[in-house]
Design a protein around this ligand. Structure first.
Ligand code: NAP
Length: 254
């Protein structure tokens, strides 16, 4: 009886391990993400996305630089770097993390972006004299990016949170919301999954034309920091309503 039980157990374990070996690859873990720009934002997000299993390709003006090599070292064994166009060609998701004055040139240089998701972390900022700054466009950077890449699915994300918290959400001392806007619901859901997987909450706040409001949030976010009042700095957190009370059914007529 015991031998029969042991053989059964061995067969079952063999079957489970074979099933695991044949299991389809986890699509989310195998995604290739191109991070265009290797400054503060790219350098914060790339390693975070690598930490949840994605393969990161940095798109850089100088992919062989020491700065980029050090970033690759921090981004998992499969990470690499290439020109922005070569990085984008390998990826299904492209993170835009370059200064506003470079965004149009960079986006237009990326080649065929049909169906790809652009995670747009940029802010269209114009800095004036002293500590003044303002939005540099009347509509929004997000809408411009969607116009410059009409075949791509643009999702504005991460534009109103600081790079240090992007790289380590625990620094915020509490939950942080990353608001998302974009015209493609599936792309927004996919981005939301990834954003949540690296430790943030998300809120779908509508179409890409709402990007102007997210970029306004960035202006508010920067105001205490640019005014020399870092102690007044904050993170955005959208606390959801408690569950609304169930509505009483109206009494039957008659
Ligand atoms: N800093 C933040 O906390 C923060 C937060 C939210 C959103 N953002 C937005 O995210 C974007 C990137 O910000 P960041 O702070 O990461 O900027 P950053 O530190 O200056 O890095 C930008 C990177 O973009 C690349 N780049 C490509 N073309 C460039 C050009 N013409 N001039 C300079 N750099 C160029 C560079 O990487 P390569 O040398 O490898 O090409 C550079 O390292 C901006 O639009 C910013 O408004 C920033």
């Amino acid at each position: 009886m015991r031998a029969f039980f042991t053989i059964g157990l061995v067969i079952m374990l063999a079957w489970i391990s074979a099933a695991q070996a044949e299991a389809p690859p986890d699509e989310t873990a195998r995604e290739v993400i191109a991070v265009i720009g290797t400054g503060r934002v790219g350098g914060a997000l790339g390693p975070r996305f690598a930490s949840i299993g994605h393969r990161i390709v940095y798109g850089s003006r100088d992919p062989a630089s020491e700065k980029v090599k050090a970033l690759i070292q921090r981004s998992g064994s499969a990470a690499s770097a290439a020109s922005p166009a070569a990085a984008a060609a390998q990826a299904s998701i492209i993170v835009l993390a370059v200064p506003w004055n470079a965004v149009e040139t960079v986006v237009r240089s990326l080649g065929d972006l049909s169906g790809k998701i652009i995670m747009d972390a940029t802010n269209p900022l114009r800095f004036g004299s002293g500590r003044s700054f303002e939005l540099a466009v009347d509509s929004s950077g997000g809408e411009h990016v969607q116009q410059w890449a009409p075949q791509a699915r643009v999702v504005k994300a991460f534009n109103a949170v600081g790079w240090k918290v992007m790289g380590n959400p625990g620094l915020a001392g509490g939950p942080v919301t990353i608001p998302l806007v974009g015209d493609d619901d599936k792309a927004k859901s996919r981005v939301a999954e990834i954003v949540r997987a690296i430790g943030f909450e998300t809120a779908d706040l509508g179409p890409i034309r709402h990007a102007r409001h997210l970029e306004g949030m960035a202006i508010l976010y920067l105001t205490p920091l640019m005014s020399g009042r870092p102690a007044d700095g904050f993170e955005f957190y959208l606390r959801r309503h408690p569950a609304p009370p169930a509505r009483a059914k109206p009494p039957p007529a008659g």
